[in-house]
Write a protein that binds this ligand. Sequence first.
Ligand code: UD2
Ligand code: MN
Length: 355
Amino acid sequence: MVISKGRYLLLFLCVQLVVMALLYREGYRKRVAYFFGIFYKGGSASMGLINPHNLSQAGDVYANLSLISKPSLREEELPYCPETSPFLGGPIRVKLPENLLLEEVERKNPYVTKGGRYKPPDCESTHKTAVIIPHRNREQHLKYLLYYLHPFLQRQQLNYGIYIIHQAGNFTFNRAKLLNVGFKEAMKDEDWDCLFFHDVDLIPEDDRNIYICDRFPKHASIAMDKFGYKLPYKSYFGGVSALSPEQYMKMNGFPNNYWGWGGEDDDIGIRVALSGMLISRPSVQYGRYKMIKHGHDKGNEQNPKRFNMLTKTRRTWKQDGMNALQYILISKELQPLYTNITVDIGTDKGLRPHT
Ligand code: UD2
Ligand code: MN
């Protein structure tokens, strides 16, 4: 009896293997590989552990990149990337190297392609993330951010693209409107499933802060050095945040009418609540950032109307946002490390006529 039971079990296993093999041949390769992957990993995600590969270079954001290589498979044959990337290293030591050149950043990131795009060469990523950076006159900060962000995202095995949204002209800066432009232009390129809205001067300090979207809009920069690595107040939404296209459209994007410094981040936080969503956050251990020290920019003076405007968000959010966005696209260039979008967003009086 015991013997015959054993035989049946063996027969059953053989049938299973044959079915698997057939599926594999039939082009279900990825799914089967994924299935085996689950067993292989033993189901234990090791998010809390420091990868042993790089113990000697702990904290160096470039430490694990040399482990990434291109197998001799065609792109459609690549397996899905594992749930947890094997290249994560945990905390990152942030130092700002003197005399850094963009060419050096290019050299250190050989798999990044034109327009600042990347796909893992060894597996198919299940995440497509665009990073949107509002910018004017902060070239030095941009260089440092690119130096850290590219390897950071590659360690997370993401399919990603980096967009710089450059405000043309000298009129007062408008961060939130630039982010709306970034959303619109990035979505024309690709069906991104997550957008990270990222200050140019914030460097992430832990690669377990994964740049993917959550069920609710995510505020990622919850522990910044400038606020003593604590959230300054509960509804705070400034710095780095992440929304899926659905979440973004549900709140009608960001406001277009905050000119100058301040207020727009709180308005965005209020929109999240008004459209019936909550704020999601990473753990404080992971959501850590260093802000590169800077003074006040010319052309981004404090917006004195911000407190008054914030009392009106409930009445204005449905009228002002993605549905009222107007701008003139001046250029879109595919640079080696990023896509540069230069845009005329006009002034508080509206768009200037073409000349
Ligand atoms: C805080 C928030 C920021 C935003 C701002 C108020 C943090 C870390 N960030 O930043 O998200 O809500 O307050 O508006 O608390 N920029 C330029 N050129 C300029 C001016 C601004 O590129 O001339 C961009 C750049 O990406 C910068 C961002 O706008 O990081 C925010 O401006 P900031 O860094 O001067 O303001 P800060 O640090 O008080
Ligand atoms: Mn700043």
